[in-house]
Design a protein around this ligand. Structure first.
Ligand SMILES: NC(=O)c1ccc[n+]([C@@H]2O[C@H](COP(=O)([O-])OP(=O)(O)OC[C@H]3O[C@@H](n4cnc5c(N)ncnc54)[C@H](O)[C@@H]3O)[C@@H](O)[C@H]2O)c1
Length: 449
């Protein structure tokens, strides 16, 4: 029996019997749900994160992700088979290592794999024969083989022979109650037979369905294809919103009716732009890599710039509507922004278009407050660090009536919309949030933007 074969057989046996110890590197919106799902499948799991405060909160059983069931983390910790650590030395204990670290854009809006290379360096210095390393962070096609693998092989060990390597994109949809990490099919890719077998076996014990593809690059491309599809369609629907509005047609009614077509149409909804760590980022990875290999992606690039300017368009529509309906100049206006998260029901402001729109309104001279039940205090963000520390105002009848207008940018479920509808002087709704909830407003006081 060759050494590679016995390493493979041993790890297979450990996975099949759930004796394999699993580590997730990164305990954020992707790594933590994955770590808990792996634990719930019967494995011992250790989560590694450089954020010691988050590690302590998780070990104390705190619900650090608001849409998790109340006791999910506490129960996992209490089982004694799940814990968090900030000690990278414990990488050596793991049989399977899942890398779930951020892959943002840098200041030039180019891919920043700094967290991946840092995590890879930490793993490489402790890598031992027989470990399986899987990258889950979004990267461009070729990055697992071209960036991650060479760093890991600095250990002197060879992928596919001494250790095993694969890529599996995360498809987390934060706050969506209809799908869990376990029920979302998992695309898996590897560049050698042994690694492919291990990925299939490992994820087969964790999720309901695996979707093997022929290589790590293909699996990486799947993620970029999914998110670029969304980016282009969101840009398209925002363009249609403006066009239909000029024709006196409500785009929301159009979408709801079009969505009854059982084939060839999928509804996307207008809004103030795109946010989060995923949809704005993946298409940038795709077009950046395409340029590197000499290919243009004009449709994706146009969609990206349309989406990037969506918050400006929303702010301009508020300014115009305010003057038209109330005769109030934006430079004199007092506004209440409802919702600063990048989408409803999550405590995440990364790349949030609501924050950008708020800033634009203030640049035009408006004085803005905000209300967001997820953010009593505005957190620091990379794009808008200067806004950190502001406080969410309470929603009261008197308070609402004191603003020239309320601007609904993110329609969290836990907001008292009938109160807003009753007391706001004017409402700008970027999400169709009131109509979708059946909250009636006198049409003279509502402008969909
Ligand atoms: N959030 C989503 O909805 C989503 C969905 C699909 C895919 N993704 C992708 O998943 C990846 C992770 O995203 P996320 O939303 O979980 O990010 P996140 O910022 O929520 O979490 C990442 C965690 O990794 C930690 N970290 C950073 N460097 C580390 C290191 N060297 N060692 C250990 N921990 C480290 C951070 O402290 C943080 O807690 C990204 O590539 C993202 O594009 C995100």
């Amino acid at each position: 029996m060759t050494r590679g074969f016995s390493l493979l057989a041993d790890l297979k046996e450990r996975i099949a019997t759930r004796r394999a110890r699993v580590m997730t590197v990164g305990l954020g919106y992707v790594g933590l749900p994955m770590a808990l799902t792996v634990h719930e499948a019967g494995f011992d799991v250790l989560g590694l994160d450089i954020d010691s405060a988050r590690v302590a909160a998780i070990n104390a059983g705190e619900r650090v992700i608001s849409y998790f069931p109340e006791e999910r983390i506490a129960d996992a910790v209490a089982s004694g088979r799940f814990a968090a650590t900030d000690d990278a030395g414990r990488i050596a204990e793991a049989d399977v290592i899942l890398i779930c670290v951020p892959t943002p854009l840098d200041a030039q809006r180019a891919p920043d794999l700094g967290h991946v290379t840092a995590a890879a360096g930490q793993i490489a210095s402790r890598l031992r024969a027989g470990q399986l390393v899987i990258l889950e962070s979004t990267v461009w096609p070729g990055a697992t083989a071209g960036v991650l693998r060479p760093i890991l092989e600095r250990s002197g060990l060879r992928a596919g022979a001494d250790f095993f390597l694969g890529f599996s994109p995360e498809r987390e949809d934060p706050g969506n109650p209809d799908y869990t990490t376990r029920t979302i099919p998992k695309v898996i890719g590897a560049d050698d037979r042994a690694s492919a077998e291990l990925l299939e076996l490992f994820y087969g014990t964790i999720v309901e369905r695996t979707v093997p593809v022929s290589s790590t690059a293909t699996a990486e491309a799947v993620k970029l294809a999914e998110n670029s599809f969304r980016t282009v369609n969101i840009a398209l629907v925002n363009e249609m919103k403006t066009a239909f509005e000029a024709m006196g047609v409500d785009v929301w009614e159009v979408i709801d009716a079009a969505a009854t077509k059982p084939f060839g149409y999928m509804p996307f909804y207008p809004g103030p732009g795109i946010g989060g760590d995923c949809i704005p980022v993946s298409p940038a990875y795709l077009s950046w890599r395409a340029r590197e290999v000499g290919v243009a992606t004009p449709i994706i690039d146009l969609a990206r710039s349309t989406n990037d300017t969506a918050p400006d368009a929303v702010a301009a529509r508020v300014a115009a509507g305010l003057m038209r309906r109330s005769g109030v100049a934006i430079g004199e206006a007092r506004l209440l922004v409802l919702g600063i998260a990048y989408k409803k029901d999550v405590e995440d402001t990364r790349e949030s278009p609501a924050l950008t729109a708020l800033l634009r309104l203030e640049e035009m001279g408006a004085r803005c407050d905000y209300h967001d039940p997820f953010f009593p205090v505005m957190p620091p963000t990379r794009d808008h660090p200067q806004m950190a520390g502001r406080r969410s105002v309470a929603l009261t009848a008197d308070g609402l009536a004191g603003y020239d207008a309320v601007v609904l940018l993110t329609d969290h479920t836990a907001v008292d919309y009938p109160l807003v509808a009753e007391h706001a002087r004017l409402i700008f709704d970027a999400r169709n949030g009131l109509a979708r909830r059946g909250v009636a407003v006198d049409p003279g006081r509502l402008i969909k933007i």
